[in-house]
Design a protein around this ligand. Structure first.
Ligand code: PEP
Ligand code: MN
Length: 337
């Protein structure tokens, strides 16, 4: 439920609404706006009608929010949310580029790639220390050592770090080293992980599950926001379909759909979305044309030797070409790099 306050409502009126919600066992989330304040009410399971709030002082309107998600919805928060990842703003006028290896393999490998992508204009460094691998025999990541390597790469390049947290047991350690916690496609509905990541207060890059509907995707983000953490960046990374020429089908139509329903920023990962390096550049261009707030691309200086996702890794030179090709598209959609 969303309670829209009158323009003339006082802070005491807003407090009155919050107190009324709390008496009913609900959570109230005041959202100050330029013209007026709204108060989002969560925790109600349909039993509370608008009557409980309509008569309170300063209340203009009580709206039932039709979607099962609230905090992530545009009705609740009309302005775009901007998430700061170590000072880099995601969701504003800039289009951000998150680049780096699939996995942290060694200090030398990560430092080399971090410097290459920084030199070509990347905004944030990605790289997994804990890797979700289909096979238990595949490289699983370096764990905490990988996190330390990422921290060293940040120190060398000043690029804030985005890295995946796979397990609730690792949330604290990953949050200690990272600027942004990535929750991978396979964990999009790991609700305990979402809650624990939400509680850290760190920004969360939430990847869409490979068979998740838009509603399920937004409800997963809702778990993080419900912990009082507004810093969620959504990420489209391809969904499972019947195609046999890509690893996944990059669902770019989700970008305008998210923009309509939610205030959260959304970035696109054409690396996992296609699984093939030659498709990463065209789909990066398309992502930005579709209105994405950024892209996530995997880069490796020796793709043939990469311990994971080599076939989709761009070389540093290909990444430079990508940066050159997206610039005019960024400008054409009225944004900046
Ligand atoms: C990744 O970004 O390295 C990754 C494993 O992605 P996803 O969860 O989208 O498969
Ligand atoms: Mn990968």
């Amino acid at each position: 439920m969303l309670i829209v306050m009158d323009r003339s409502a006082t802070s005491a009126d807003v407090e009155g609404v919050v107190a009324a919600a709390e008496r009913l066992g609900l959570k109230a989330h005041p959202i100050p706006g330029a013209q007026r304040t709204a108060v989002g009410i969560t925790g109600n399971k349909g039993a509370v009608g608008p009557g409980a709030f309509e008569a309170l002082s300063g209340v203009l309107e009580v709206l039932r929010v039709s979607h099962p998600y609230k905090l992530v919805s545009r009705e609740f928060h009309p302005e775009d949310t901007i998430v700061s990842v170590g000072g880099v703003l995601v969701g504003g006028t800039r289009v951000v580029v998150i680049a780096g290896p699939c996995a942290v393999e060694s200090l030398e490998q990560t430092l080399t790639i971090a410097k290459e992508v920084k030199a070509r204009g990347a905004d944030l460094l990605r790289g997994g220390a804990y890797k979700p691998r289909t096979s238990p025999y595949a490289f699983q990541g370096l764990g905490e050592e990988g996190l330390k390597i990422l921290a060293a790469a940040r120190e060398a390049t000043f690029l804030p770090v985005v890295t995946e947290v796979l397990d609730t047991a690792h949330v604290e350690i990953v949050a200690h080293y990272a600027d942004c916690l990535q929750i991978g496609a396979r964990n999009m509905q790991n609700f305990e992980l979402l809650k624990k990541a939400g509680k850290t207060g760190k920004p969360v890059l939430l990847k869409r599950g490979m068979s998740a509907t838009l509603e399920e995707f937004l409800l997963a983000a809702e778990y993080v926001l419900a912990e009082g953490n507004p810093g969620v960046i959504l990420c489209e990374r391809g969904i499972r379909t019947f195609t046999d020429f890509t690893r996944n089908t990059l669902d770019l139509s989700v970008v305008p759909a998210v923009k309509r329903l939610s205030h959260l920023p959304i970035v696109v990962d054409p690396s996992h979305g296609t699984g093939r390096r030659e498709k990463v550049l065209p789909m990066s261009r398309a992502s930005i044309a579709a209105g994405a707030d950024g892209i996530v691309v995997e880069v490796h200086h020796k793709p043939a030797e990469a311990l994971s996702d080599g076939p989709q890794a761009l070389t540093p030179d290909m990444f430079g070409e990508l940066m050159a090709q997206i610039r005019p598209i960024v400008a054409a959609v009225g944004r900046t790099t």
